[in-house]
Design a protein around this ligand. Sequence first.
Ligand code: NAD
Length: 370
Amino acid sequence: MSRFFYLNLKFFILIKPVTKTALTPPLSRYSFSVALEKKGLSPPLSCFFNQPVLICGYSGTGDKMKTVIMGAGAMGSLFGGLLTLSGRDVWLVDIWKEHIDAIRSRGLTLEEKGKAGNIHVNATTEVASIGKADLVLFFVKTYQTEKAVSDALVLQKEDTVFLTLQNGLGNEETICKRVGPRNVVLGVTNHGATLLGPGHIRHAGWGKTDIGELDGTETDRLTEIAQVFRKAEIETEVSSNIHDLVWAKLFVNIGMNALTALTGFKNGQLLDYPETLRLMEALVSEAVEVAKRKGVRFEGNPFDHVRAVAEATRQNRSSMGQDFDYKRRTEIDAINGAVVKEAARMGIPVPYNQAITDLVKANEKRFGQG
Ligand code: NAD
């Protein structure tokens, strides 16, 4: 049942007396908000029905984990929207003024499974206006991380946690350089989202999110973040081997993203031609060699997993494919390019990853993005 059904239900609940049965699971984030409100634990929640779009507003800061999301594009807005719906104190930060203005004036439009709702999320282009944060979540593109971290320093207090759920390698290192490793947490998410226009996103994929400390310890702060995410219906687990999980997702991006960009294929089409299938296998095999040498542990054959993901997402165009479609800069340096860099350090030849990185970068230059 979709969240918008719950919005309907919540509207219903607000105009009828709330019964105990109405608050039992699986009423999810809406019952949680209603329950808080009933107990007087949160500021007033206003939610009204406005067909065909539902507008749900949460006004207040009744939560102790103040969360700031740096990069309110597809994924940042998705997490920001879901966390806001669960009653969290969330701020979206983006440098794209038109997008932030749209969110501020009419709310964030979230499409999900054929339905749409508008969520009133705090949003700003002025990160310094927010004050200090408990959790800072990075959802900028990998090549934007350095600047976003530098902008986010005004949010830092002693115990602020900086979490990256971005794709690719090296994001946590970039963050550590500015805020110190003790404050950094790494993660990987299998949710997917698409930016449709200013203030408008689509929730396009569902999956688990894993978070972990850089040294693998299981800490209270991880448990707390996971709980907050789960209450927002973002299925989250605490991992003691988060680097391995980052690599597991990297294998998928290595096998599919650049190939779909260069061929114009959808993900599933890579499986339909022996030539692209061979290239996928070669790219992933090289990355696996590098990962093994780094001590990364993985279960099963990573290439089988990449093929399974290509099949499951057959109709999708990868994010790098979409970057090519719109002649935008890609995240190649953090994906195939990162494997080339690691391999060079270890003296391992990775000619397929080198060639594909060069091809993508040559095209970026052609787009005027190099
Ligand atoms: P996106 O391009 O939609 O959003 C990035 C946003 O960051 C943009 O709106 C941009 O204006 C903003 N930004 C740039 N610099 C900034 C700064 N200094 N301060 C604040 N905002 C800034 O990208 P996305 O698709 O949401 O992806 C974000 C990250 O998440 C990437 O690393 C991507 O690989 C990863 N990811 C994406 C998906 C997906 O389905 N889209 C899924 C999993 C992971």
